[in-house]
Ligand binder design. Structure first.
Ligand SMILES: *Cc1c(COP(=O)(O)O)cnc(C)c1O
Length: 380
C-alpha cells in the first residue's frame, strides 16, 4: 500500500477493539494477570501500553522499518539512542545538529566518557577522516537547522556500515513522507514527534525507529530502563496527527515554494536558503533523497539584530515562536532567539548572520502568509 493509505490504516485493526476506527486511549498503568506471570501482552505501562503500541507500529511502518519506540520527547529518544554506547566509545555528530542534541552529548555524555567529534557532514570526506578505531556511532540530521544543509544519507550510511558504525538520522525536518533514511541504509531514525508528526503543536514526543530486531531490543531496553515514555493520550494525539501528515506536508510545501518565489523577488532579501533552489549548495543530494524539499525556509536581510527583530515582530498571521512543523506558520530570528546563547563571532562563523530569519510554513492560505511577510520586510 502507498504511504498515505498506510498513514491511515497501518498498525491498527479496528476489529481488535469492537470496530472502533480509532485506537482506544488506554489509561491504565497496570494490566491484570490471569495467573502469576500470565498476561495478554501488557504488564505495566512503562514497559508497554496498547495505545503506544498502535503508534509505534504505525511509525515503524511509515519509516519502512520493523520496530519503533516512542518517548516522552525527541531528546528522550536521543538519550536512549546514545546509551547504546559505552564509556570509551566515540561518536561523530553533524556540527549543526539541533541545540538540545549538542547539549546532551557535549554536557552530559562527555562526562560519562563518550567522545564526540562534530564535523560538517555535508561532505562525506569529513566523516571518513573523523572515524577512529573506537568510533561506534554516526549521528546525522538532514535537512539541518536553520540553514537547511543536506547530508547524503546513502553514502554516509554505507561509509558507517563498512566500518561497523551505527548510523542515526534525525528525520524531524523531512518526515517519513518526504524522506526515509532506513530505506537509504541508515540503522536508526530518530524523531521529534513534537513537530510534523504531531503537527498541531499540542504534544511533546519522540521516537526511534529501526529495521533490525537486535538494535531495537537494546533501544527498547533503554526505553523501559530509563523510563522516558509518553502517556497514552499523547500517543493518541500523535497517531491522529499522522493521519493527515501527507496532506499537511504537501500543502506546506506548496506554500513554501510560493513564499520562496516571493522572497527571491523582494529587494530587501539578500539570500534564501531552501534545498529546492538550484543554487543551494546541497541541491542535488536533496533532489536525490527527498520527495519534495520541505516547508522550512530561512532567508537573510542585510540588517542588524534590531532590524531582524522588527521583521519578525507584530506579525498577524505568522506566530513568533520557536519549534516548527505545526499547522500554524511560525517565524523566528535565530540571532535573538534559538541561537542567542552562541557568541556573535561563532554564530557568524557558522553562517548565522544577524539578519537571518527562519520560517516554518504551516497550512494557512499562502496569500495571507506572503502579505504578512511583506509587511514585516517593510517595517524597518
Ligand atoms: C525539536 C527537535 C528535537 C528535540 O525534540 P523535543 O521533542 O523537543 O525533545 C530534536 N531534533 C530536531 C531536529 C528538532 O527540531
Amino acid at each position: 500500500m502507498h504511504f498515505e493509505t498506510r498513514a491511515i490504516h497501518a498498525g491498527y485493526d479496528p476489529f481488535d477493539h469492537w470496530g472502533a476506527v480509532n485506537p482506544p486511549v488506554f489509561l491504565s498503568s497496570t494490566f491484570a494477570q490471569s495467573s502469576p506471570g500470565k498476561h495478554q501482552g501488557f504488564e505495566y505501562a512503562r514497559s508497554g501500553n496498547p495505545t503506544r503500541k498502535a503508534l509505534e507500529d504505525l511509525l515503524a511502518n511509515l519509516e519502512g522499518g520493523e520496530h519503533a519506540c516512542a518517548f516522552s520527547s525527541g531528546l528522550g529518544a536521543t538519550d536512549s539512542i546514545i546509551k547504546l554506547l559505552s564509556s570509551g566509545d566515540h561518536c561523530i555528530v553533524a556540527d549543526d545538529v539541533y541545540g538540545g542534541t549538542f547539549r546532551i552529548f557535549d554536557k552530559t555524555y562527555r562526562r560519562f566518557g563518550i567522545d564526540f567529534t562534530f564535523v560538517d557532514t555535508t561532505n562525506p570526506e569529513n566523516v571518513a577522516a573523523a572515524i577512529k578505531d573506537n568510533t561506534k556511532m554516526l549521528f546525522l540530521e538532514t535537512p539541518s537547522n536553520p540553514l537547511l544543509k543536506v547530508s547524503d544519507i546513502a553514502s554516509l550510511a554505507k561509509l558507517a556500515r563498512d566500518k561497523g558504525v551505527i548510523s542515526v538520522v534525525d528525520n524531524t525536518f523531512a518526515t517519513p513522507y518526504l524522506q526515509r533514511p532506513l530505506e537509504l541504509g541508515a540503522d536508526i531514525v530518530m524523531h521529534s514527534c513534537t513537530k510534523y508528526l504531531g503537527g498541531h503543536s499540542d504534544v511533546v514526543m519522540g521516537a526511534a525507529v529501526t529495521k533490525e530486531s537486535k538494535l531495537h531490543e537494546r533501544i527498547a531496553f533503554n526505553q523501559n530502563a530509563s523510563g522516558a515514555v509518553p502517556g497514552a493520550l499523547d500517543c493518541y494525539l500523535v497517531h491522529r496527527g499522522i493521519k493527515t501528515l501527507g496532506v499537511r506536508v504537501d500543502k506546506s510545501c506548496d506554500s513554501a515554494e510560493q513564499i520562496v518565489s516571493f522572497l527571491l523577488e523582494h529587494k530587501r532579501v539578500t539570500k534564501v536558503h531552501y534545498p529546492a533552489l538550484k543554487e543551494h549548495v546541497n541541491h542535488s543530494i536533496a533532489e536525490k533523497q527527498m520527495k519534495r524539499f520541505g516547508a522550512m525556509i530561512s532567508f537573510e536581510i542585510d540588517g542588524s539584530v534590531a532590524d531582524g527583530e522588527k521583521v519578525v515582530s507584530d506579525r498577524r498571521v505568522w506566530t513568533l515562536g520557536e519549534s516548527l512543523g505545526g499547522v500554524e506558520s511560525l517565524l523566528e530570528h535565530p540571532a535573538s532567539m534559538t541561537h542567542a546563547s552562541i557568541p556573535k563571532e561563532m554564530r557568524e562563523k557558522a553562517g548565522l548572520r544577524d539578519g537571518l530569519i527562519r520560517l516554518s510554513v504551516g497550512i494557512e492560505d499562502s496569500r495571507d502568509l506572503i502579505e504578512d511577510l511583506r509587511k514585516g520586510l517593510e517595517s524597518y
